[in-house]
Write a protein that binds this ligand. Sequence first.
Ligand code: NAD
Length: 307
Amino acid sequence: MGTNQPTVGFIGLGSMGSGMTRNLARNGFPLVVHDVRRAAADEVIGMGATWADNPADVASASDLVITMLPTPRHVAEVASGEHGILAGIKDGGTWIDMSTSVPEPVDQIAAANAHRGLHLLDAPVSGMSVGAANGTLQIFVGGSAEDYASVRPVLEGMGDPERILHVGGKGAGYAVKLMINQLWFSHLVATAEVLAIGVRAGVDLAVLRNSLVASPANSNFIERDVLCVLNDGDYDEGFAIALACKDLGLSIDLARSVGVPAEVSALVEQVYRRAKASYGDRAGEMTPIKLYEDLLDSPLRLQATLA
Ligand code: NAD
């Protein structure tokens, strides 16, 4: 390619990975890509990326490998076996898992491959599919300081340089990401409940929300994030509720494994699972608000109440 940029191997070209690879391509990184859905690669191949038939071929053809997959099970799946990353990655190679996941799959790999000198990092992201498409992701990196410094230029090809953070050793990135999602989902459920109660009590939705925003109970969620539902009825299908439920389950697992009770988080997880059961796996991450709208028998919409 005539550049000094490392060749990046990228596995998982879904809502997030497609935007992330487009930005890496725009920023001049040679790419080797793979997904179980071949067609998911068409666009980035049109930008110069090379297709590989399996994760081993991705790893052997690149200087570092990135995975952006739905769940820890998928991460474990692409790692091992005859055609897995471990079969192709060079000794001393680097693998960054950017999925929202837990440390176990990568820890097991690290333990079983200690002699190979692999550099393993977790670097999950926030910023939704829009942030992936715009290259403005927030990235939370767990790993050694040296590994972080060496992969940072690649991360800058996908994220906002000011919001790429080294948050601790291996596994810390996963933990920070899970806690962010847990708190955000908790805000969502608590806000929906409060709005439903207030509206049922006869308060105008806009008046109620304005009062909450001006109060000590204000949050980013009620001030900004909830507006896509209240204004537009957009429940963010870019992030499927099935994945939100996965994150909540992982968050509870993490709480259990470190021995901290998670009463509130567990309840939020149940509300999310109810929404997933009611509206389907592909419904948007903000669909739990609909549960409360169904109770009210009317959507929570600002225009409707202002009319
Ligand atoms: P997605 O389901 O849209 O994409 C996942 C991709 O992985 C798909 O293209 C799928 O075909 C591919 N895949 C699955 N198994 C595979 C395998 N064995 N080998 C190769 N490819 C495989 O998911 P997404 O929304 O892009 O999310 C990816 C990760 O990022 C998840 O962990 C999610 O929790 C996290 N995340 C998502 C968002 C969002 O807004 N969508 C935001 C932040 C973090």
